[in-house]
Each structure stands twice: as C-alpha cells, then as structure tokens.
Design a protein around this ligand. Structure first.
Ligand code: HEC
Ligand code: HEC
Length: 132
C-alpha cells in the first residue's frame, strides 16, 4: 500500500513537472510573427533581433513598445511602436531584393544584402534627398 502511494506520488510529480515545463515553453513562443517564419527557434530570433540593433545602431526599444501595464521591460509581441511595422516592411523588401538579385554564390559565400548594407549603424541611411 505504502509503495503504491509512493509510486503514485512519483508519477503525479512527473506529470505536474512536465506540464509546467510545457507551459513555460509555450509562453516563450512568439505570438505575433507576421513576416519571420513562425517556427523560428528562440536562438535564431534572438540573433535576427540583435542584428537589427547593430545594423540600425539602436536598442530593442527603438522598435518595441514598453509593457502597457506599467511593469518594467518591453512587450515584444505588441505592435504599438510604429517602427516595428516599418521594420516588417524592410524585412520583406530585403528578402525581395535578395531573391531577385542576389541568389548566387561567390567564392563559396552566399552574396546577399542585409539591413546593415544600407543602414550601416544608422536609423536612416543617407539618401540623395537627405545627405547626412
Ligand atoms: C528594427 C526594429 C527592431 C529591433 C531593433 C528589435 N526588434 Fe524585435 N521584432 C521586430 C519585428 C518587426 C518583429 C516582428 C517580426 C514579424 O512580424 O515576423 C519583432 C519580434 C520580436 C519578438 C517576437 C515577439 C512575439 O511574441 O511575436 C521578440 C521576442 C523580439 N522581437 C525581441 C527583440 C529583442 C530582445 C530585441 C533587442 C535585442 C529586438 N527585438 C530588437 C523588430 C525589431
Ligand atoms: C535597400 C536599402 C535598405 C535596406 C536593405 C534596409 N533598409 Fe531600412 N531604411 C532604408 C531607408 C532609405 C530608410 C529611410 C526611409 C525614410 O526616411 O523615409 C529606412 C528606414 C528604416 C526604418 C525607419 C527608421 C526611422 O528613423 O524611422 C527602420 C525601422 C528600418 N529601416 C529597418 C530596417 C531593417 C530592420 C532592415 C533589414 C531587415 C532594413 N531596414 C533594411 C533603406 C534600407
């Protein structure tokens, strides 16, 4: 009898543990991806976002709105910051340019452009109209 209870308790705690683990994983999944692949790994998403910071010379809060409930930190899923939608447009544009013009390899390296090709550490690349 005692053994049965111990076994039951062990099974129960494994089930509870796994459920909590799965919930934590679910919460980590991005909720609002409209351009990037929905199955992107956590690590890949982080690398893409860090590359945006470097390319534009900004921090995450340039595109991501603060949490609406007044808590510290950013609400990454929120679309309240309009720079996020500009960035979505830019991701699509960059993909299109690469697909159309830069499909080839050169000395084993895939030749393509990135945010940094134009931005080079600035939010607004220099254009004919606005020399900086
Ligand atoms: C240049 C703008 C820009 C910067 C800077 C930026 N992000 Fe993002 N981020 C985006 C865009 C755009 C999306 C949504 C992509 C989509 O719709 O597929 C996004 C989505 C995300 C998501 C997924 C949110 C969800 O639940 O859908 C996370 C997490 C995130 N960013 C974290 C970060 C972090 C951390 C940083 C700083 C290291 C950062 N971002 C910097 C533009 C930016
Ligand atoms: C072909 C060149 C080019 C590429 C590639 C490019 N951008 Fe841009 N981006 C621009 C130009 C030019 C502007 C300024 C537009 C304006 O001022 O109206 C701009 C503006 C922006 C802005 C608005 C900045 C502001 O001050 O409001 C964001 C955000 C942005 N780009 C993000 C990105 C991201 C993220 C990528 C990579 C996925 C990217 N861009 C790739 C040319 C480019």
């Amino acid at each position: 009898m005692k053994r049965t209870i111990i076994t039951l308790l062990a099974v129960f705690s494994i089930v509870v543990g796994l459920t909590a683990f799965n919930q934590a994983k679910q919460e980590e999944r991005p909720k609002n991806l409209k351009v990037l692949p929905k199955n992107i790994s956590h690590e890949e998403l982080e690398n893409v976002m860090k590359s945006f910071n470097v390319a534009l010379g900004v921090k995450c809060n340039f595109c991501h709105a603060p949490k609406a409930n007044g808590e510290r930190g950013l609400d990454f899923a929120s679309d309240a910051n309009s720079h996020k939608d500009v960035a979505r447009y830019m991701i699509k544009m960059t993909n299109q340019i690469n697909k159309k013009h830069f499909k080839h390899e050169h000395e084993g390296k895939i030749m393509n452009i990135s945010c940094n090709t134009c931005h080079n550490g600035k939010t607004e690349p220099s254009t004919i109209l606005k020399e900086k």
